[in-house]
Design a protein around this ligand. Structure first.
Ligand code: CTP
Ligand code: MG
Length: 378
């Protein structure tokens, strides 16, 4: 029998000690922007987040689309079920965000690539024939075969991929993080919005996906002092990582991943609330801290941002020191929380790293406390 896990509160206190040690490695005390500036920025951020929220009937429209698509999918495979993932699940979708769906079958993730491609082609034909969807496009040869479409009724854009169990689970992990502290949601919305506005949100063009930016934001909130978020994958206890019933998820490529994490949001909120001192930063202060992290503190040469461990890993220990085939490089390393060999920054090349870093620099200029007026960050 293994040792019983220490109470949650003790584990969270240990995580705080780790963060204190991490913080001591950052050089120099951050200068605080003027209070008036922070107040204005905070009001702007809250107004922007409120404006980004989807309309009241958005959830119903998404459920309705899933149901209509499910009826069509049943004609291709009676056992296939459509499941949402991405921002609709994590709660980070703004008005008009696309709907990410994956098709899950009885045979689970063990579906050969050829069968997936065939399914994608058949599904695309059926969706076109239904006349309910437009711009239907099959991409049977993509790494994850998908059908892209737009719903005529709601106008929602939707991607359907095959057997992406890992994406369902990592979206649930993100949702758990977003439910622990309201500031996490606001910060992630703001960073996603900023990344889109500043054109650093396109992995096909050498910048980061929304998913990667959200991981960076969560990592910042885990490692600021005192932390706003715990590290859910490092906690131990019933149904958590060291339990025999831990979540081992097979993915579309035949590999399996340990996707265990503590999802007891109620217990976590309560325990976080009793730890002192509490982090009382406003979203504006957290935003300023996020940009400072990626302009002054993060070690782009040696470091890896890892929400799985709630700390920084080294490129050396990840063996991300050389460029592998099919990868632009390991220049801004972000570990996927479950697929540990996946560096979400591998889409970034030397030229695009400069673009991303200069946007981060530009945004961090907002903190200049002595030079009025500060440029707008968004
Ligand atoms: N995903 C992943 N691995 C990646 C990119 C994405 O597993 N390299 C999965 C994640 O589950 C993520 C989902 O795909 O939540 C959608 O990714 P993305 O479009 O980047 O994030 P969204 O939050 O859906 O962004 P948006 O609202 O802009 O659509
Ligand atoms: Mg999406």
């Amino acid at each position: 029998m293994s040792e019983p896990a220490p109470p949650l509160i003790h584990q969270l206190a240990q995580q705080r000690d780790l963060v204190r040690r991490l913080q001591s490695e950052f050089r120099g005390r951050p200068r605080r922007p003027r209070p008036q500036y922070l107040q204005r920025l905070n009001a702007d951020v809250h107004a922007a987040v409120a404006k980004l929220q989807p309309p009241g009937d958005d959830s119903a429209a998404r459920v309705d689309l899933i149901n209509r698509l499910q009826t069509l999918v049943a004609q291709v495979s009676s056992s296939a079920k459509l499941q949402p993932f991405g921002s609709s699940v994590s709660g980070l979708h703004s008005a008009g965000a696309d709907l990410d769906l994956t098709l899950v079958t009885e045979v689970g993730a063990e579906m050969p690539k050829g069968v997936q491609s065939e399914l994608v082609n058949r599904l695309a034909e059926l969706l076109t024939e239904s006349e309910q969807m437009e711009s239907v496009q099959a991409r049977p040869n993509a790494r994850v075969p998908i059908v892209a479409l737009q719903d005529k009724k709601s106008g929602l854009k939707c991607d359907i991929c095959m057997c992406n169990m890992l994406a369902i689970t990592n979206s649930q992990l993100l949702r758990a993080y977003m439910s622990i502290d309201e500031r996490a949601r606001s910060l992630c919305f703001t960073i996603k919005f900023w990344a889109k506005r500043r054109s650093v949100n396109d992995p096909y063009r050498g910048s980061l996906s929304s998913y990667a930016w959200v991981l960076l934001a969560i990592h910042y909130l885990q490692t600021c002092e005192p932390p706003v978020l715990p590290c859910l994958q490092a906690l131990r206890g019933l149904y958590w990582a060291d339990d025999p019933r831990r979540m081992i998820i097979p993915n579309f490529d035949g590999r399996s991943f340990d996707c265990s994490f503590c999802s007891d949001v109620g217990a976590l909120r309560e325990a976080m609330g009793t730890l002192q001192p509490a982090n009382s930063d406003s979203v504006a202060e957290l935003l300023v801290g996020f940009f400072r992290r990626y302009t002054r503190e993060f070690d782009f040469v040696k470091g890896v941002s890892s929400i799985r461990t709630g700390s920084f890993l080294s490129k050396k220990e990840k063996q991300w020191t050389t460029k592998e085939a099919g990868v632009r490089g390991h220049l801004f390393c972000i570990e996927d929380p479950f697929e540990l060999s996946h560096d979400l920054g591998r889409v970034i090349g030397r030229d695009t790293l400069n673009d991303v870093r200069s946007e981060l620099d530009r945004a961090s200029q907002v903190r200049a406390p002595t030079r009025p007026p500060a440029p707008a960050p968004l």
